[in-house]
Design a protein around this ligand. Structure first.
Ligand SMILES: [Cu+2]
Length: 280
């Protein structure tokens, strides 16, 4: 794909590093609008109030209280090696204690179909905190399937899968540019980290314009650590960390390489696109 002109101007956001440490997450049901579709949703929220974007856990504090405000029990699983899932009954709370090797980035999600299809999944990470650290949770959405599970019915996941919406941090382009935890803002000579977790059912491949990034973690392809690449596969469920060393100024898109994933309900451009905005 050619470099896209950025029509949305300079986003004056401040990057994501200074966020307060979160030690409680609430699982909250509601709905969101994505690219003209309404989608039933479940999110890890930083308060009992529903938030459209899952809250991530940075600088992992060692344990976190999970409060279930949903109507069914959720079994919460993580990719941290040697740990077992925690089950939280509706209306109850459980403490998730994990010792996480530093630095590393992991996925945390509900193993139920309702939890998974409604998007109850986030990123937990520790380390790589000496530089600004951006976070991209990738996901894709089938609106009809979300309403089916929201009504308590099962979705047959063996049927052909045709999601209509594709998101970074539960937002699709151009709304991704308003997300200061995803839209990279730096300057020449100031490197940043980016953690990427694929929360969806489809494998994705991210294409970086303007730069090669250095692979620091790749849970499905550990042999690629240390490689310098402009195209980064992120398999379903995979957790990847890269370092971007900006050596030239400009606005450069990063996008999913699968054409359908850069649309909103079939309309291009949309979906999994964000920008690297590098000042001179
Ligand atoms: Cu491209």
């Amino acid at each position: 794909m050619r470099k896209l002109a950025c029509l949305w101007g300079l986003c004056m956001g401040i990057c994501a590093t200074g966020m307060a440490q979160q030690d409680t997450l609430w699982m909250v049901p509601s709905g969101v609008t994505l690219g003209g579709d309404t989608v039933a949703a479940l999110r890890f929220s930083s308060s009992p109030q529903f938030q459209a974007q899952n809250e991530t856990l940075e600088n992992w504090p060692g344990s976190c209280v999970l409060v279930n405000l949903d109507s069914i029990a959720h079994q919460i699983q993580t990719t941290v090696p040697g740990t077992s899932p925690v089950t939280v009954e509706p209306g109850e709370a459980q403490t998730l204690s994990l010792s996480i090797a530093s630095p590393s980035t992991h996925r945390m999600w509900s193993t139920s179909q309702r939890g998974n299809l409604l998007g109850l999944e986030t990123m937990i990470r520790t380390g790589w905190s000496d530089l600004p650290h951006y976070e991209w949770n990738l996901n894709e959405w089938d609106p009809l399937a979300t309403w089916t599970v929201a009504l308590g019915e099962a979705v047959d996941e063996s049927l052909p899968y045709v999601p209509r919406q594709f998101t970074i941090n539960d937002a699709n382009f151009p709304n991704t540019l308003q997300d200061t935890t995803a839209h990279v803002e730096s300057q020449v000579g100031d490197p940043v980290y980016i953690s990427v977790v694929n929360q969806g059912r489809m494998d994705q491949v991210l294409h970086f314009h303007g730069f090669h990034v250095e692979m620091l973690q790749s849970s499905a392809h550990p042999n690629r650590v240390g490689w310098s690449k402009d195209t980064v596969p992120v398999k379903a469920g995979e957790c990847v960390v890269v370092r971007l060393n900006p050596d030239q100024a400009g606005e450069y898109p990063v996008h999913a390489h699968n054409l359908v994933a850069v649309t909103n309900a079939g309309f291009y451009p949309g979906g999994m696109i964000t920008y690297l905005n590098i000042a001179p």
